[in-house]
Design a protein around this ligand. Structure first.
Ligand SMILES: NC(=O)c1ccc[n+]([C@@H]2O[C@H](COP(=O)([O-])OP(=O)(O)OC[C@H]3O[C@@H](n4cnc5c(N)ncnc54)[C@H](OP(=O)(O)O)[C@@H]3O)[C@@H](O)[C@H]2O)c1
Length: 235
């Protein structure tokens, strides 16, 4: 069966934003924070965060970085205010287990935070750490029903959502046909091997039902290439 994204009013418009090595890895085999992209890519990433009402990332990503990217550039803050957005998007982590260290710097950053989790994962977390906790009912977690979850985000006023990785979250979103656009920065290094996380983890797709993309733009800065794709509505 074809992968059919679900745009339209029910869920936010989603953009997956990632930097990868030439061979498609988003971190090295130690699976720590990926810091191989350039200052231009960090500016690009901040602009994507600044454009969104909310950002979503996986627990693996939060554990790797310990922090999230807030909007700091004056021009970007001004543009958000002109659009009637709060200074910072809601910074949402998806963690079924809720197994996050409360001492992570993320919990001290001056950003609004959200958590998508299970009933067990929500235990111990409250308003001090998360402005919003979405506790997803068990019948929607096997597999995760992202169409339903994203509809809850939309009801909360999130119309645009940046998906910031990692590969586990990207796989989930693509599996559900919930990615509308993809912005990939191809970085000039090769990480190789089978241990390093790739752009899309999980079971992968067979070629005849794989998500298909339309290239919207490409831009080169130094040795990096910035690619912008739209996910086609059917394979
Ligand atoms: N280059 C880039 O642009 C970029 C961007 C983001 C991240 N990264 C890298 O990507 C890596 C993290 O990516 P990732 O794919 O490991 O994690 P991830 O996508 O950030 O998170 C994986 C999520 O899957 C959940 N999960 C659900 N079922 C699971 C299962 N059966 N087994 C494992 N996890 C399950 C985990 O929940 P729990 O929290 O409950 O475990 C976690 O929330 C890091 O190395 C990071 O540096 C790179």
């Amino acid at each position: 069966m074809a992968i059919v994204p679900q745009p339209g009013p029910a869920i936010p418009h989603t953009t997956l934003v990632l930097a990868m090595s030439l061979d498609g890895k988003i971190a090295d085999r130690q699976r720590g924070a990926a810091r191989f992209s350039s200052a231009a890519d960090l500016d690009h990433l901040e602009a994507q965060v600044a454009a969104a009402d909310g950002v979503l990332f996986g627990g693996g990503t939060l554990r790797a970085y310990g922090t999230t990217l807030s909007v700091r550039t004056a021009d970007l803050l001004t543009q958000r205010r002109q659009r009637g957005q709060p200074d910072q998007p809601l910074q949402i982590v998806w963690s079924p287990s809720g197994n996050l260290d409360p001492d992570l710097r993320y919990f001290r950053q001056p950003v609004p935070r959200g958590l998508v989790t299970t009933a067990a994962g929500a235990e111990g977390w409250g308003a001090e750490q998360f402005e919003q906790v979405w506790t997803v009912p068990p019948d929607r977690t096997q597999p995760w029903d992202w169409g339903w979850i994203l509809a809850q985000f939309k009801r909360r006023g999130i119309h645009t959502l940046a998906l910031l990785g990692g590969g586990g979250l990207a796989a989930e979103m693509l599996r559900c046909g919930c990615v509308h656009e993809i912005k990939i920065t191809v970085c000039p290094l090769i990480l190789g091997g089978t241990m390093a996380p790739t752009l899309v983890e999980g079971d992968g797709f067979l070629a005849d039902v794989a998500p298909r993309l339309t290239l919207l733009s490409n831009r080169t800065v130094g040795d990096e290439v910035f690619l912008h794709y739209r996910v086609q509505s059917s394979a």
